[in-house]
Design a protein around this ligand. Sequence first.
Ligand code: NAD
Length: 502
Amino acid sequence: MTLTVRSHREAAALKDGLLLIDGRWRPAESGATWTHHHPATAEAIGEFPVAGAADVDAAVRAARRAFDEGTWPHVRAGERVRVLRAVADLLRDNADELRGLQALDNGVPLSFGGVYAGSVDVAADTFEHHAGWVDKAGGETLPPYQGGDHLAMTLREPVGVVAAVLPWNAPFLLFAQKLAPALAAGCTVVLKPSEYASFSVLRMVELLQEAGIPDGVVNVVTGPGDPTGEALITHAQVDKVSFTGSRDVGRRIVRASADTMKRVSLELGGKSPAVVFPDSDVALAGMTTMGMVTLGLSGQACVAHSRALVHRDVYDEFLGAAQMIADSVTYGDPFDASVQSSPLINARQLERVLGYISAGTDQGARLVTGGNRPDGELAAGNFVRPALFADVDNSMAIAQEEIFGPVLSVVPFSDEDEAVRLANDTEYGLGAGLYTNDARRAFRMAKRLRAGTVGINGFQVEPHLPFGGYKQSGLGREGGRSSFEAYTELKTVLLPLSDEVI
Ligand code: NAD
């Protein structure tokens, strides 16, 4: 029997996608479309317009008008709070439908909705969190430094037109992490979902409209990086690009920002280490770390701890626990509640992951389990069984490069200094995990690791916690006050209080 998900699309009576420009849904001017194939079945599952330069220009101009002439940047705080809270309520009310759309988009199973970072709840909570900043966007009043008497104050103002570019792997979290602070700050937005996850994002945009976001404040252009993404990130009237995705595209955005000095926020990839000490619950560490690269997203998560640095004394115990998870993870129909993990997003990513698995073996690492493709009804999908590599040297490709798939590379270490050296020996710096029950060691190590988030015996992404990367994992933070402020400019206003010249 061959797996199929098309019936879910038919049952949901889904229409193909459209662009949203100035409050009106319409096809691309050229009529060009992108056909998305479902990663679990290879079925053609959706058609979306490919926005070309003219469509992107129309969307940016609509956002520009809504910013320069519209009400949203200046509307009273209470109104913006009301709309953002309404978005949160609508997301929660439509959570089941959204989870189904995500399964149609990227093959992520419904069960992943039970994990907070993969849930619709995290998106709703993020809108609520940022609604809380709207009426706290104050500045400071500062005394004169020298010269005459004057009043100096700072004001926080919205940064302008934001181009928000999303990846495909966690649409609920990532949509909210960009849209909620941008809208709370009073910006207008042109949003580009990933070509591999447009159904769920387009539905969330409809909910924004339902909540009362004025026309032109949020515009959507669908399509791939070329031409749609390129036209957006290079548009002269975009003030800020907020991007989550791969390091290569991040670099391209930084280069393209130079001409008009766009503000840039980047959330990029990682090669995050989990560091496991003998004084921890080693079995839990093994299961959690392997779970991070297999359950839910099949390792297609930027924060996945895809390198385990394990003390030699507990190396075998760790491998045993990790193998138990690797061998038991279930794959298949994303709509089946018992399915725990997903296929890789597309054929290119499947080839890439299989290439890294071959490279691991070729370079001398020991493949403990997995790394092959399932057959039978799963043969048409982009499935790979979780690969567990032992005896990995930290210089190998499987320990240095972001694989974005179900591959865990286990590297042995002997003491804290060696663990720190290995953990920091990477171009990335997104996250890190520490497994130890010695509190002083935990904090000592946490201070020495060059990573944006360090989890001690656990890891969580939450709306109020700054999240982002050191080194080549990104620029800036998403979550909490700092991400709200990243959508603002700081203005200084001076007022002399006497006739004295200041
Ligand atoms: P990707 O970089 O291929 O694509 C991301 C988005 O950029 C898509 O919408 C794509 O269409 C667009 N794009 C591609 N080329 C472009 C161009 N030249 N100009 C403008 N836009 C362009 O990444 P992906 O495969 O969708 O996602 C996987 C990557 O995202 C991984 O590297 C992962 O680590 C990273 N990621 C990071 C975080 C984080 O928070 N740090 C979260 C999720 C994913």
